[in-house]
Design a binder for this molecule. Structure first.
Ligand code: UD1
Length: 338
């Protein structure tokens, strides 16, 4: 079985390529390397013993997308990661985000809808729930108005897929709504490589731990939570990667109940920012320099998943603890800065 992974050199994409290859799938990666390096291919090859096929291609070029599919007629499934993901940047450059995240999706679906059978997995986000009214968040929780163009691209992306599945019965799709991915492959051959100053908590923590950043700012400790800091559901990227393989298998084996399905992918456990810091201190043996500052605009108080649908229907469950994930993130940070 041959699987196309767009954005396969990125953080979640590369870990998913590893899990696909471990399960015997043949992988072809498309990436424009705008936020990833070709060196990631070496890491994947070291872990799996197999070098995935790779084409440097920009999905915004419709002609190149068409050309790719005319040369690769035997693709059995597509996992679509390629997208921009920085919330702040999306506010500054909304049209870039709509182009990067939506026109590319349309071009891919145009090609897939012309095939006899197409299986498609989409990277969505818990950001579609906004501040959900109830915790844990089930897939039935309403989609709230997006706080940013980035969040909006995930909502609209899901709608584009849903509408396409309505009319193209040959198209089967699953959207996975990720909670907060973190960590790295335990081999430390691949991991997260944020460009510039990390916006996400865990890479900021490990970069502070290694001495690249002086101090972590904790955005608010006056939230109505157990210790006043925000609650998130941090999931080990390897667990998340495995969820993609299981979801894809469901489509390939025709086990899906509907043409289009949605699953939360998280651990089901909410952790506060201070708990994440404590986890870092436990696994690294280092004290983290942090200070409490004001709230970050747009942050929700709490978001953690009800994962029972994924557990029951996909037969998938996150296995790693926060400490496991943090240990892998720290090992990776130490390796790349050595
Ligand atoms: C963020 C995005 C989300 C997106 C996800 C992609 C926002 C508001 N949300 O999720 O839409 O899908 O990234 O990766 O940007 N924190 C600190 N100090 C820091 C960094 C973060 O205290 O330097 C806190 C935040 O306030 C938050 C938690 O850590 O409570 C996690 O933050 P982050 O890693 O940015 O993820 P989200 O905000 O959940």
């Amino acid at each position: 079985m041959k699987i196309l992974v767009t954005g396969g050199l990125g953080f979640i994409g590369s870990h998913t390529v590893v899990e696909l290859q471990n399960e015997g799938y043949q992988v072809v990666i498309i990436d424009n390397c705008s936020n990833a390096s070709e060196d990631v291919l070496d890491g994947i090859t070291k872990i799996t013993g197999k070098q995935p096929d790779f084409e440097k291609l920009d999905l915004r070029n419709k002609v190149d997308v068409l050309d790719f599919f005319s040369r690769h007629k035997n693709i059995d499934g597509v996992i679509h990661f390629a997208a921009s993901k920085a919330v702040g940047e999306s506010v500054e450059k909304p049209l870039l985000y709509y182009e990067n995240n939506l026109s590319t999706l349309v071009y891919l679906l145009q090609q897939l809808s012309a095939k006899n059978k197409a299986h498609f997995i989409f990277s969505s986000s818990c950001t579609v729930y906004g501040q959900a009214d109830e915790m844990p968040i089930t897939e039935n929780a309403p989609v709230k108005p997006a706080e940013s163009p980035y969040g909006n691209t995930k909502q609209i992306g899901e709608e584009i897929i849903r509408d396409s599945c309505e009319v193209f019965s040959n198209l089967q799709a699953i959207s996975l709504r990720y909670f907060n991915p973190m960590g790295a492959h335990p081999s430390a051959e691949i991991g997260e490589l944020p460009l510039g100053i990390p916006q996400n908590l865990v890479p900021f923590i490990t970069q502070t731990g290694i001495g690249m950043r002086e101090q972590l700012s904790v955005f608010g400790d006056d939230y109505p939570t157990k210790d006043g800091t925000c609650i998130r559901d941090y999931i080990h990227v390897v667990d998340l990667a495995k969820a993609h393989v299981v979801a894809l298998k469901r489509l390939l084996e025709g086990k899906n109940e509907k043409n289009y399905e949605v699953f939360n992918v998280g651990t089901g456990t909410g952790s506060s920012v201070l708990e994440v810091i404590k986890s870092f201190e436990r696994v690294s043996g280092e004290e983290l320099n942090y200070k409490i500052v004001g709230r970050r605009p747009g942050d929700v108080v709490s978001a953690y998943a009800d994962t029972s649908r994924a557990n029951r229907v996909l037969g998938w469950k996150a296995e790693s603890t926060l400490d496991d994930a943090m240990r892998s993130a720290w090992l990776w940070e130490k390796k790349i800065r050595a």
